[in-house]
Design a protein around this ligand. Structure first.
Ligand code: 5AD
Ligand code: SF4
Length: 442
């Protein structure tokens, strides 16, 4: 029996890719274990969206060197976005690395591993595949007991936001046929899945390059109609592709959760243009208003980059103004990090590190206050929770989520897992709520 140890970094796309990696390795007789020390094969599925994420990969690889020094037969491999970006260079940089596989080459992994096992020959595969070849490679994932699942509906990105490495490491947009997506979700529901999140780097451009395919809004309507499914979410949306038809779905579809992650990145039109985002702050705010018109209690989350080249204090103030105007329930805030191959990496007038950090801290403080104010409004209310499993808190506690994607911990019998139950929200903490089951029998 051979063991493998897998670590996953970055976004949900990598999480789904890792599920496929697990399936493929199990297919050639490997068993997943929880530490590198017990493994014959160690893999990192990596992220390169910011410099910090990329450096982390090298840091983690360094941890495995002593293990390899002790057991030279250990195979070490790297996949994902850093692998795609670095390719063979990684083998040169890291002498104890055996294999490098890019974002379009996961299906080759079993063959590559067997090759390294047999010949002890290092190998890399990072070529981008054409559209038709990729369409055949969407995973058939094995059964996994779970209430919620991610389902990839499209991959890649054509937007080329000037700061972003994703189009360079994930390739061009490609949408899966809607018939395959619906068949996969129907099968998942038959296995007990109650909630699906439709996933894509730029999910609401689904089908745009495909004249024969349905629109993303129509795909949502069809998923919403699947009997036995309780909840539906999608991520990540680009504001420029948020069509009136898609906005209307939030008023029409009963299973669509009342939450949207809608990255704004910045509140200054000048910087938004430099970022190549394709909308102004006013366009964005108008869409938020339209969303609230069809779904008054919808909650929004966002991504914001602070310290983009040439961002002035006045530009940053406009970001703060926009954040106040929208009232996000949460925001993922990032210090701008220049990325190889991107247009912004060549832009002059970088904001100084100290200035960037100061703006970042002010934004985080504003957002924390807003988040807490919104979460406090939940206390005392009754919310429907989809129960997902045992809580990390232990002691027989369960956890689930509200429609707004907020985690709620509560005490209750384990047979509630998979059902939607009403809970009274009793307290709000930084990362979760505490709730109480209504009509408890015990
Ligand atoms: N620097 C900082 N943040 C970035 N993001 C993407 N590229 C960069 C970069 N070069 C952020 C964006 C995106 C999120 C996933 O990561 O906000 O929405
Ligand atoms: Fe990157 Fe922009 Fe594509 Fe999002 S839409 S993945 S930020 S290029």
């Amino acid at each position: 029996m051979k063991n493998f140890y897998l670590e996953t970094f970055g976004c949900q796309m990598n999480v789904v890719d890792s599920e496929q990696i697990v399936d493929l390795l199990q297919g050639i007789g490997y068993v997943q274990v929880g530490s590198a020390e017990e493994a014959d094969l160690v893999l990192l599925n990596t992220c390169s969206v910011r410099d910090k994420a990329e450096r982390k990969v090298y840091g983690h690889l360094g941890r495995f060197k002593p293990v390899k020094d002790q057991r030279p037969e250990l195979i070490i491999g790297v996949g994902g976005c850093v692998a795609q970006q670095e390719g063979e260079r990684m083998l040169e940089k890291v002498p104890y690395l055996d294999l490098v596989f890019g974002t379009h080459n996961i299906h080759k992994l079993p063959q590559m591993v067997e090759q390294v096992e047999a010949k002890r020959q290092r190998s890399s595969a990072t070529e981008f595949l054409d559209r038709d070849t990729r369409l055949h490679l969407f995973p058939e994932r094995t059964r996994k007991e779970s209430v919620t699942r991610f389902v990839t509906v499209m991959q890649g990105c054509d937007n080329f936001c000037s700061y972003c490495i994703v189009p360079h490491v994930r390739g061009r947009e490609i949408s899966r046929p809607s018939s395959d997506i619906l068949a996969e979700i129907t099968a998942l529901v038959a296995q007990g899945v109650k909630e699906v999140t439709l996933l894509g780097q730029n999910v609401n451009s689904y089908g745009i390059n495909d004249p024969d395919e349905v629109s993303f809004a129509e795909l949502l309507r069809r998923v919403d109609a699947i009997v036995g499914l309780e909840r539906l979410r999608f991520a990540t949306s680009h504001p420029k592709d948020l069509t009136p038809e898609l906005i209307a779905c939030f008023g029409e579809l009963s299973k669509l959760c009342r939450h949207i992650h809608l990255p704004v990145q910045c509140g200054s039109d000048r910087i938004l243009q430099l970022m190549n985002r394709g909308y102004t702050a006013a366009d964005y705010l108008a869409k938020v208003e339209q969303l609230r018109a069809v779904c008054p209690d919808i909650r929004l989350t966002t991504d914001i980059i602070v310290g983009f080249p040439r961002e002035t204090e006045a530009d940053f103030q406009q970001t703060l103004d926009l954040v106040k105007a929208v009232g996000y329930v949460d925001a993922f805030t990032f210090l701008y990090s220049p990325r190889i191959e991107t247009a912004a990496a060549k832009m002059p007038d970088m904001v100084s590190g100290a200035e960037k950090q100061d703006r970042f801290d002010r934004l985080v403080a504003l957002q924390q206050q807003t988040s807490e104010e919104i979460w406090q409004t939940d206390v005392g209310t009754i919310q429907d929770i989809l129960v997902e499993g045992e809580s990390k808190q232990g002691q027989g506690q369960l956890f689930g989520r509200t429609t707004w994607n907020r985690i709620v911990n509560f005490s209750g019998p384990a047979d509630l897992v998979g059902s939607v139950v009403p809970l009274k929200i009793t307290r709000s903490f930084r990362n979760s709520h505490l709730g109480e089951l209504l009509n408890r029998q015990d």
